[in-house]
Design a protein around this ligand. Structure first.
Ligand SMILES: C[S@@+](CC[C@H](N)C(=O)[O-])C[C@H]1O[C@@H](n2cnc3c(N)ncnc32)[C@H](O)[C@@H]1O
Length: 336
């Protein structure tokens, strides 16, 4: 039985191994061309409308599991005052920074470069800092802080100069291990397609999201519907449910994560957790969120092979949006 950290480390390795295949294809070229244009957004009308209902205009948005950053950048196009992306995969964040450059660098993507040390001997400490600064330079980002954490040094690298230097930006990109100096003043926490299922601990995930928000902040979730987990779209009988809605063990995947249906290369094992809709909603409420709305939708928001489930007479739900308020007890607010 793995713990959350073990699962996350494996998942990080698999996502890192997947990044190269997302660079250079037709979708990547479309994103590069798109973000060179002001106002470009990849968010569909459902996500756009959910963010607008949550009051994105002028707000500070953080997306957890931002992947290659296209949605963080799109939030900027929707009028967000500040957009931040968190992800465990430095390789995907490298792609995010590339798109950020195309868009004129409106967003913050935070690289976490953790250097393992054997104690804090002066020699390992200085080597670690040099390694971290080198990593920052390779990624063309600014290294602006070094701190100690259990197991090593935490090096803070931001992809652009911080607006308020006195405020620490993220040093850790794992939602389960956000250190104390991470800002807690976001107005909106955004979760989109295919993030929840990488989370080994749902209650802790929602508590972490709440911890990122100001009192009165909002969670906006636009996820794939758990009902889809019962079907295998590329199997022999794609419309016959073949897997339990209530299965408890994660799927162990051994391939790179590709969205376009092309052949995926082998990758380190990664762990996909199927949750019921009830588990998702209950975990959010028990973490302290006040549910505003839960909408189920008949359109597909995931890979192309799932589009066959659209436009059926007996239509099943294919995705959902969840909006919830974080009552919280924090008064922190920075100028926008
Ligand atoms: C399917 S992708 C999200 C794609 C995104 N919805 C989009 O359309 O661009 C899932 C992302 O979650 C990230 N992730 C997984 N576990 C995480 C964790 N513990 N903390 C932060 N990010 C995580 C992965 O690295 C991956 O980039």
């Amino acid at each position: 039985m793995k713990n959350v950290t073990d699962y996350t480390q494996s998942n990080r390795a698999a996502w890192d191994a997947s990044a190269a295949s997302h660079e250079g294809g037709e979708r990547w070229q479309r994103l590069l061309a798109g973000f060179a244009q002001p106002g470009f957004s990849t968010l569909d009308s459902t996500a756009t409308s959910a963010l607008q209902r949550a009051g994105i205009e002028g707000g500070r948005v953080v997306q957890v599991g931002c992947n290659l950053g296209s949605e963080v950048l799109s939030c900027h196009a929707l009028g967000a005052a500040a957009c931040w992306g968190i992800d465990i995969s430095p390789e995907f964040l490298r792609l995010a920074e590339r798109l950020n450059q195309q868009a004129g660098r409106p967003a913050h993507f935070i690289f976490h470069h953790k250097v393992e040390t054997t104690g804090f001997k002066p020699v390992s400490f200085s080597r670690a800092i040099l390694a971290a600064v080198g990593a920052g330079q390779r990624r063309q980002c600014t290294v602006f802080g070094v701190g100690s954490e259990a197991g090593g040094l935490s090096v803070l690298c931001d992809s652009r100069e911080p607006t308020y230097f006195s405020r620490w930006l993220f040093s850790e990109a794992d939602v389960y291990a956000l250190p104390s100096h991470v800002p807690r003043d976001f107005d909106i926490a955004l979760i989109t397609i295919g993030v929840v299922n990488w989370m080994p601990d749902l209650p802790a995930f929602f508590r972490a999201l709440g911890g990122l928000l100001v009192a009165g902040g909002r969670l906006v979730m636009y996820e794939t519907h758990p009902f889809l987990e019962m079907f295998e779209p590329t199997g022999a009988t794609p419309f016959a449910p073949t897997r339990s809605y209530f299965r408890a063990q994660p799927d162990v995947l051994g391939e790179a994560h590709i969205y376009d249906g092309s052949a995926a290369a082998a990758a380190p094992p990664s762990y996909w957790f199927a949750y019921t809709l009830g588990e998702v909603v209950t975990a959010s409420v028990q973490a302290g969120f006040a549910l505003r709305e839960l909408r189920e939708h008949p359109h597909c928001n995931r890979e192309a092979e799932y589009r066959q489930y659209e436009h059926q007479n007996a239509q099943m739900p294919l995705c959902f949006t969840l909006l919830a308020d974080w009552p919280g007890d924090k008064e922190v607010r920075h100028p926008k």
